[in-house]
Write a protein that binds this ligand. Structure first.
Ligand SMILES: *Cc1c(COP(=O)(O)O)cnc(C)c1O
Length: 457
């Protein structure tokens, strides 16, 4: 196919879908463009083997920089006078290369466990992090987690435990350090993670009936991930602001609203609401609601994880076999068997029926397109991927060809690494970093010995 028709078909080179970093060269190979540096994905797969994860820290940096610049611009335009803080939720991707790239661009952090916070402590002690970095601590606090928070507070770190339940409240309500509290948000939003009943934080009524805090700074909530509509982001903010101002009457130190995560990624290559429009609406709302009551504009914290890091990694597989699909009832006509596993490497495919955009890595002169279903290499009948529209469009696979056939899965930078597993004892993909024109192996491919060790061999 001509590069231009390939680009159109697989929606490569489009800012709207975060694929502006990718292109097909004249040989039909997928390339990554980092300014003047070009990486040929087929060449990398030949050299490093597959399955292969390619992490792109420059994409992380660029996305955060754009987001922070946008907020500066919009606050000015709207006349919003609060402060804006971006906190990266570490659970989305804890790989050091990702966290370091974000912190380097000015991100603050949010932890969900003792282990997250332990890593931060290590970086602070090594003076690798700016000592002024701000840390939010979410999640239920074990004694160990609580003690580490306390230790860091004593050392002068700007750390804010977000009170999650009654036992934490007992310890933290009268703390001499700053704290936040989590609101259980009753306003429902379109998101798989937004459940009819959940267990996080306290209902508004309980929060408003609590006695005065010593140092309450933050009111926090999190509705869910990948929130489908703009109004479903705005509705909860309106609800939370009402509670915020009531709570502030008793606790004048309260000055910050933390709206959690939720900004979506166009995994399925359909249009989403624009971030510019959403942020402008948020700043306008904070300003107008505060002015109605004659109080200062609240500061804003946003913890969008997926939105910043999902497009910064791609996963490459080799097709190793093909078979006919013997059913007329489905859109797929052929199976393409890949040399890795959807269940293991991209577990959201299995857990929540997550969809991914998929394209060929090499498609020189391939005019024959097939509607295929992809099969992973485990023996599990669930280890398949059937595409956004019921099948995936890919060039013909010819097992007699000298050329291997590789495929790429986009937007694999969020959540998949820490959820991944070892079903059938397959090895996890090798992970490489492409940055400043260089390739570095971040995580070697697991050997049989490595995987065996995990199970006591
Ligand atoms: C998971 C989570 C986030 C990140 O959500 P995204 O949808 O990835 O932006 C932020 N805050 C909290 C409290 C979370 O649990």
């Amino acid at each position: 196919m001509k590069p231009n028709s390939s680009k159109k078909l697989w929606k490569i080179g489009s800012k709207e879908y975060n694929t502006q970093y990718f292109d097909f060269n004249k040989d039909g190979d997928l390339i990554i463009k980092e300014g003047h540096n070009i990486y040929n994905v087929r060449y990398l797969a030949d050299k490093m083997g597959s399955p292969l994860e390619i992490l792109l820290p420059f994409v992380v940096e660029e996305r955060l920089e754009d987001f922070l610049d946008l907020n500066k611009e919009l606050s000015k335009k709207v006349g919003y006078q609060g402060k804006f803080f971006y906190h990266y939720p570490m659970k989305v991707n804890q790989n050091k290369e990702v966290v370091m790239a974000l912190v380097g661009e000015g991100a603050h952090l949010e932890t969900s466990s003792y282990n997250d916070l332990y890593l931060i402590k290590k970086m602070l002690e090594a003076e690798t992090f700016n000592p002024n970095i701000r840390i939010l601590c979410n999640g239920p606090k074990t004694d160990k987690y609580m003690n580490l928070i306390d230790e860091l507070q004593h050392k002068g770190t700007k750390i804010f435990p977000l009170i999650e339940g009654p036992s934490e409240l007992k310890f933290l309500q009268h703390s001499r350090y700053d704290v936040g509290i989590r609101l259980d948000m009753p306003v429902k939003a379109a998101s798989i993670w937004n459940k009819p009943v959940d267990r996080f934080g306290f209902p508004a009524k309980d929060i408003l009936e609590m006695g005065k805090f010593k140092n309450l700074k933050i009111l926090h909530y999190h509705v869910g991930s990948q929130i489908e509509t703009l109004n479903d982001v705005i509705g909860p903010i309106k609800y939370a602001l009402d509670i915020f101002f009531k709570l502030k009457e008793k606790n004048p130190t309260l000055d910050t609203l933390d709206i959690g995560g939720g900004m979506p990624i166009p995994y399925e290559r359909t249009k989403s609401y624009p971030v510019e429009k959403l942020m402008e609406k948020i700043f306008e709302l904070l300003k107008s609601e505060a002015e109605k009551r004659g109080v200062p504009h609240p500061n804003l914290i946003c913890e969008w994880g997926r939105y910043i890091v999902a497009p910064a990694q791609i996963t490459v597989y080799k097709v190793i076999d093909t078979k006919k699909i013997n059913s007329k009832k489905v859109d797929g006509k052929k199976w393409y068997v890949i040399d890795g596993s959807f269940m293991n490497d991209l577990p959201d495919t299995w857990a929540i029926k997550q969809k991914w955009a998929i394209a060929p890595v090499n498609n020189k002169n391939d005019k024959n397109l097939n509607e295929v279903w992809l099969a992973g290499s485990t023996c599990d009948s669930d280890d398949i991927y059937t595409g956004v529209k019921g099948s995936v469009t890919l060039p013909d696979y010819d097992y007699d060809s000298e050329q291997p056939m590789y495929i790429v899965v986009f937007d694999t930078g969020a959540y998949q690494a820490s959820l991944s597993m070892q079903h059938c004892l397959l090895s996890s993909p090798i992970k490489i970093i492409a940055e400043n024109g260089h390739i570095v192996v971040a995580r070697k491919r697991e050997t049989a010995e490595d995987v065996g060790k995990l199970f006591g061999w």
